[in-house]
Write a protein that binds this ligand. Structure first.
Ligand code: NAI
Length: 331
């Protein structure tokens, strides 16, 4: 199979290299089609993404993406947001679970964040009303709300999950979040075998920090989904362990939840686990579950053993040494 590979910015090159090496060791037969995109490519070329990237993703339907940096406040629009809207990858699937050997506040977290990926405040509808007043429009449609709610319930059904919780702030945003919540409740009626409930975003943050095991599948509009998935990553040891898939009708783009980590870029210090686990999701979705299992076992056993781990979890090994250890274990 052919997969478009965007290594992206910062630590992207190092962690994408780890995935390529692991893929070779697993003999997946994947042919990588490399394309450049991101802030570093923009600086060199004046373009955000290489010509042909959109066509390559359209043709091959599957991409693995490293992080791409986005300027704060000014400058170009996020490449992630552009790709998600272009390919209508409406569901951002972010599984989160505790990993033995990674110190964190809890040992038994096992939940899934499903983030609506195409609208809400991330639609990018912003303008200056006057010199001192900025407007941003929160766009929520029934169609997208229904699509993501159905995705969440179908996912729960297919993966043996018991409960789906809708995240909202409909007490204040009565029309936008109200529509999201009402639509969720309508869709829930079609899945009587799955328990459903709802929680206000601020209360959810408190409950996640104090007792995350009460949650199973969380479905949220774009902004809340973005924030709570970083919070959930923090519950299981940090951003180095949070994979994701941006899923659309035709195209899936796999990527780590974390960003380009400019503070450690180019030093071979990054933890490649999140991108490797995103790659594992790719393998499972493409009839290579046995290889995904082999990779995940190698990751979890290497971390649990504790001899070769990266600095973000208190180890001293480099990204490449950790990758070497995985490859050795998979032999
Ligand atoms: P970040 O996720 O890049 O880094 C936050 C902290 O986590 C840093 O201390 C970093 O060193 C650490 N970290 C992140 N990933 C790590 C890994 N794999 N191994 C070890 N440590 C890791 O977030 P930040 O600094 O807010 O954003 C940097 C840039 O990344 C920004 O330009 C932002 O727009 C972009 N970004 C891109 C994303 C994407 O392409 N999907 C997602 C999030 C941010």
């Amino acid at each position: 199979m052919k997969v478009v590979l965007i290594q992206g910015d910062g630590i992207g090159k190092e962690i994408a290299n780890s995935v390529k090496r692991v893929s070779d060791a697993l003999q997946t037969g994947i042919e990588w089609i490399p394309y450049q995109a991101g802030a570093e490519y923009y600086q060199q070329s004046g373009k955000l993404m290489e010509d042909g990237l959109i066509e390559a993703i359209t043709e091959n339907k599957c991409a693995l993406k490293g992080p791409t940096a986005t300027p704060i406040g000014t400058g170009f629009r996020s490449i992630n947001v552009q790709l998600r809207q272009k390919f209508s990858t409406y569901a951002n699937l972010r599984p989160v679970h505790s990993i033995k050997g990674v110190k964190s506040r809890y040992e038994n977290v096992d939940l899934v964040v499903i983030r609506e990926n195409t609208e809400d405040l991330y639609k990018g509808i912003e303008y200056m009303y006057d010199a001192n007043t900025a407007h941003g429009i929160k766009l929520i449609t029934k169609e997208a709300s229904e699509r993501i709610a159905r995705f969440a319930f179908t996912y729960a059904k297919q993966h043996g999950r018991k409960k789906v919780t809708c995240v909202h702030k409909a007490n204040i945003m009565k029309l936008t979040d109200g529509l999201f919540l009402d639509t969720f409740r309508e869709v829930a009626k079609d899945y009587p075998e799955i328990e459903s409930d709802s929680v206000i975003i601020d209360a959810l943050c408190m409950k996640l920090v104090s007792n995350p095991t009460q949650f199973d599948v969380l479905v949220a509009p774009n902004l809340y989904g973005d924030i709570i998935s970083d919070l959930c990553a923090g519950l299981v040891g940090g951003l180095g362990f949070a994979p994701s898939a941006n899923i659309g009708k035709d195209v899936t783009i796999y990527e780590a939840v974390h960003g380009s980590a400019p503070d450690i870029a180019g030093k071979d210090l990054a933890n490649p686990t999140a991108l490797l686990l995103s790659f594992s999701m790719l393998l499972k979705d493409n009839a290579m579950a046995h290889l995904a299992e082999k990779l995940e076992n190698a990751i979890y056993e290497t971390i649990a053993e504790g001899k070769t781990t990266t600095q973000d979890i208190g180890g001293t090994s480099s990204c490449s040494a950790f990758t070497d250890a995985l490859i050795e274990r998979m032999k």
